[in-house]
Ligand binder design. Structure first.
Ligand code: ZN
Length: 119
């Protein structure tokens, strides 16, 4: 994964043991630490300040890192309807292919928002 703010210690959400962030499986309970989440979904509008495409992609990158550090279940990103939306979908397609994210889809009926499933 390209998102790896590593080097720090986190709690195993199954048993509470303190483990390195990149441990993989908890040595105490065998839980898959990298896949654990408290169900939190991070929501952010990245297309509301007339951002240019590359600025929106930087915001997306920051959000993905924040979600990784916070062990969020997913991201809800408001992308609007124009070039930013197209660029974000292309970026997410690449990240799904590389395994950074599990999946992504339009957020319900709202074509201007995308839901990204992280864990
Ligand atoms: Zn554990």
């Amino acid at each position: 994964m390209s998102i790896k703010p590593g080097g720090n210690i986190i709690d195993c959400l199954s048993c509470g043991m303190r483990v390195p962030r990149d441990v993989g499986r908890c040595p105490k309970c065998d839980g898959q630490v990298a896949r654990q989440t408290d169900g939190y979904v991070l929501t952010e509008d990245i297309a509301h300040q007339q951002e240019r495409v590359h600025e929106a992609l930087i915001k997306l990158e920051r959000l993905l890192i924040e979600a990784e550090v916070g062990r969020a279940a997913g991201l809800r990103v408001i992308v609007g309807s124009g070039l930013i939306r197209e660029a974000v979908f292309a970026e997410l397609r690449a990240r799904q292919f590389s395994g950074d994210i599990l999946s992504y889809s339009q957020d319900g009926q709202n074509s201007g928002a995308v839901f990204v499933k992280l864990r």
